[in-house]
Design a protein around this ligand. Structure first.
Ligand code: ASP
Length: 290
């Protein structure tokens, strides 16, 4: 274990299909703040898994993102939330699928990492929430209800984070309200290894059209490529090319054990933040402060 690794964080707040972001200014400010706060945690020695959960929890708490409070609604007007956390060092994956009346499904997914049964459906997640005394809160906001009534397609997607901590450990967390207007009970990619994956060589979080992400097994295959010796940047470019060739709509963020990170998308854009050259904040929408 190297205790001197440079901590690296990348966060994403969804691929958008049409290139617009509602309240782009406010979203940019929120992303800047969440990126800075979580970076501080990592610099202070927080474990990668704690940092990705902190970043995703902060985005779940902000109603402008499609996760936790302010999640998109399924066809019947109910919010069903899914989230996954993967600890790359332990090689453990925990997830909850379509849980209701909760703001932080990611905290439940984190709890599951220590258990024998690590992926729970709504029934199991409900019981887990009671057991963990996770507050029961309605994540449906008036804005999402209005969008659902108008059958509008909101443009922001899933949220996620990948990190390398000072000990060189990697982790990924992803949380979503889903696509919006989907069939009741439809399951997102975010609570699968296609949408969220980490091992000791790379960590990946995806956003976009869940079915297309699952069909390409994006996160798990990327990790396998890096594991087979393909450099992260090359692996990510290859995945983007493959996704484009097959008209699959997906965005992803990734980090490797050397601290190299990447953000790619085949959609119009993807909201994200990472640290660029000379510690400059980079991403979309444009960071307000540099
Ligand atoms: N991946 C999510 C899903 O298909 C949606 C999104 O990222 O916008 O459920």
């Amino acid at each position: 274990v190297t205790l001197s690794a440079r901590p690296v964080l990348v966060i994403q707040a969804g691929a958008t299909l049409d290139g617009t972001a509602p309240a782009a200014g406010a979203q940019a400010t929120a992303l800047d703040r969440i990126f800075r706060d979580t970076s501080e945690l990592l610099a202070g020695g927080a474990a990668a898994v704690a940092a990705v959960v902190a970043a995703v929890t902060a985005m779940e708490a902000d109603p402008q993102f499609n996760a936790g409070l302010g999640s998109k609604l399924q066809a019947d007007g109910a919010a069903r939330l899914s989230a996954a956390v993967m600890d790359g060092t332990a090689g453990r994956f925990g997830a909850v699928v379509n849980v209701q009346r909760i703001h932080h499904p990611t905290r439940l997914a984190l709890q599951l990492l220590a258990r024998e049964d690590r992926v729970l459906d709504a029934t199991g997640a409900d019981r887990l929430a009671d057991e963990c005394r996770e507050p029961r809160q309605d994540p449906v906001t008036p804005t999402r209800l209005a969008q659902w009534r108008e059958r509008a397609r909101p443009t922001t997607g899933t949220v996620g984070a990948v990190a390398r901590d000072v000990a060189g450990r990697l982790a990924a967390a992803t949380s979503t309200g889903g696509r919006g207007g989907e069939t009741v009970g439809r399951v997102s990619d975010s609570c699968t290894v296609a949408g969220n994956y980490a091992d000791n060589l790379s960590a990946i979080s995806c956003t976009g059209v869940g079915e297309e992400i699952v069909e390409a097994a994006v996160a798990a295959r990327l990790a396998a490529w890096v594991g087979a010796g393909i450099p992260l940047r090359t692996a990510c470019q290859r995945m983007e090319q493959e996704l484009r060739a097959r008209h699959r709509r997906c965005g992803f963020i990734a980090v490797d054990s050397a601290g190299t990170w990447a953000a790619h998308w085949t959609t119009a854009v993807m909201a994200y933040r990472g640290e660029g050259p000379e510690g400059r904040l980079v991403g979309w929408p444009d960071p307000l402060s540099r």
